[in-house]
Design a protein around this ligand. Structure first.
Ligand code: NAP
Length: 312
């Protein structure tokens, strides 16, 4: 297939300002040197959307990567859509502004394109990101509601430092509650989604409310059962002469989601940007002939990430 404009798809934010590039690079990379190199490669090959988080403890390395490319003058800050996330220990409204400013400072950005509540689970407030009791159980915080945290994010938009806000690792019932209570509706909802977890109901709800569904683990986290070895995906890849990863990622864009993928290997980073539009029959086959239903990341159930980043 010849390259086309699919990779440059931008989705206007109905509930925020600007547009989110559908093709996104995630920075959940434990090593800061690899984070800087990979994020820089991603920008150089064409990615214009970076996903970060306070919890990844590497916002400084992402900032270094951005500065590396901004300095060349070929890519401007305004061309890159940067998301970061509020961690579970900062859900109390009085902690939100400080957490947001700390991320902005580490990322060396005046404004953030999107700020997400990383998970709907509030943990004991404090500097310990993974607070546990003596028996190793997570200490949750029952003194704050998700709506209260959301209202604190709305104030960040009011102040002009944040162009849009959203939620991550949220279920449809909880999302409905926030949409009903919100003064500023979520612009983006970031959840695990790939051909083995298409989340069609959530996507329908998001469409109805002008929310962009941003699919993380768009390649299935590289875990088993492998999305990339799925016979339907593999057959399409062979037919259209693309790789299985390119098929899964093109599918994500063509069904109207934004996606996040991550690699520390430059050839793969390039491959994941080099997308072409799939024929309609391929889109239909993925929807109708894949029956697997696999959630790889349990973060949505507990607020504890399936992958724990490096500790300082
Ligand atoms: N909101 C949340 O709770 C949450 C949770 C998890 C992730 N995220 C975000 O989503 C981002 C993406 O998640 P993810 O890294 O799990 O996504 P993913 O793209 O599904 O999985 C990445 C895995 O696929 C491999 N890979 C990457 N490109 C490939 C290609 N072209 N061909 C074959 N294999 C390839 C990578 O291996 P190599 O590195 O060896 O290439 C890695 O093992 C994260 O970085 C983070 O920003 C958010």
């Amino acid at each position: 297939m010849t390259p086309d404009a699919l990779r440059y798809t931008r989705i206007p934010l109905a509930n925020g300002s600007g547009e989110i590039p559908a093709v996104g690079f995630g920075t959940l990379i434990p090593d800061p040197v690899a984070t800087r190199q990979s994020a820089k490669t991603a920008l150089e090959v064409g990615f214009r959307q970076l996903d970060c988080a306070e919890r990844y403890r590497n916002e400084e390395a992402v900032a270094d990567a951005m500065l590396d490319v901004f300095r060349t003058g070929k890519i401007l800050r305004k061309d890159v859509f940067v998301t970061t996330k509020l961690w579970n220990t900062n859900h109390r409204p009085e902690r939100v502004r400080a957490a947001f400013d700390a991320s902005r400072r580490l990322l060396r950005l005046n404004y953030v394109d999107c700020y997400l509540i990383h998970t709907p689970f509030a943990f004991q407030p404090g500097d310990e990101q993974d607070p546990r009791d003596e028996r190793g159980r997570v200490i949750y915080d029952t003194g704050v509601t998700l709506v209260e945290t959301w209202q604190a994010l709305e104030r960040l938009v009011d102040d002009g430092d944040c162009k849009s806000i959203g939620l991550s690792d949220i279920t449809l019932p909880k999302l409905r509650e926030i949409v009903a209570a919100a003064r500023i509706k979520p612009a983006v909802v970031q959840v695990e989604s790939h051909p083995y977890l298409p989340e069609w109901d959530l996507l329908d709800f998001c469409r109805e409310h002008g929310i962009v569904l941003q699919a993380f683990a768009a390649l299935g986290h590289g875990m088993e059962p492998s999305v990339l070895e799925d016979p339907v995906i593999a057959a399409i890849a062979q037919r259209v002469q693309k790789t299985p990863a390119q098929v899964a990622l093109a599918w994500a864009v063509q069904r109207g989601t934004a996606f996040l993928t991550t690699s520390t290997k430059p050839p793969r980073i390039r491959e994941s940007f080099d997308l072409s539009t799939l024929p309609e029959d391929a889109m239909r086959e993925i929807r109708e002939h894949i029956f697997a239903n696999v959630r790889f990341n349990t973060v949505v159930e507990t607020g504890v990430p399936g992958f724990i980043p490096r500790t300082k």
